[in-house]
Design a protein around this ligand. Sequence first.
Ligand code: HEM
Length: 181
Amino acid sequence: MLFRNSPDRFGLVTKLFHWLIAALIIFLIWLGWYMVDLTYFDRWYNESLEWHKSLGMLVFGLAVLKIGWQAYSPTPQNPAPLKPWERTAAAVMHFTLLAVMALLPVTGYLISTSAGKGVAVFGLFEIPPLVKGDETLRDLAIEVHFYLAYGTALLLIGHAGAALKHEFLNRDGTLKRMLWG
Ligand code: HEM
């Protein structure tokens, strides 16, 4: 079926989740890196953070839906026989990427709500502060958010590198099947 995964193909919904979340995360890493050096006198000082928070919460929503979809429509088999260590490395990488999709927004949310204020999402609704934050929690959340974000950048390089290696060196169609194959 077009929308669901089949035993050897990714369906449309999985592909949309994959590329939408990938684009958002790459953009958010850049935006986060850019915005933390802005000062109060920069035009984008407030606006960049508002966009960062809204898009980050969108990633959280998409990650939850993606995890639900994956349970309903399981991931196809690997296109080529993999060595046991490659199978383990791929499983660990994919699990870690799913975890950061949820944990990055959660730590961002904890930074933003530590002063007791909610997070406005695209000006449409507000997510209230759920935990009573203090300075220690805020500092910890900032640190974890920082390492998770730049750690994710490294993971993405490894993930994309592995996909490119399989596509162009092993020629086993790994990348193509997440595009149109
Ligand atoms: C996948 C989602 C996200 C990614 C990839 C991401 C990435 C980043 C990056 C790279 C930085 C800059 C860190 C630095 O250089 O110091 C940053 C900072 C920040 N992010 Fe996120 N973020 C995400 C989600 C969120 C969410 C959902 C919120 C809030 C609701 C948020 C709030 C913040 C705040 C407040 C900062 C500034 C921290 C500081 O003051 O140092 N982020 N983020």
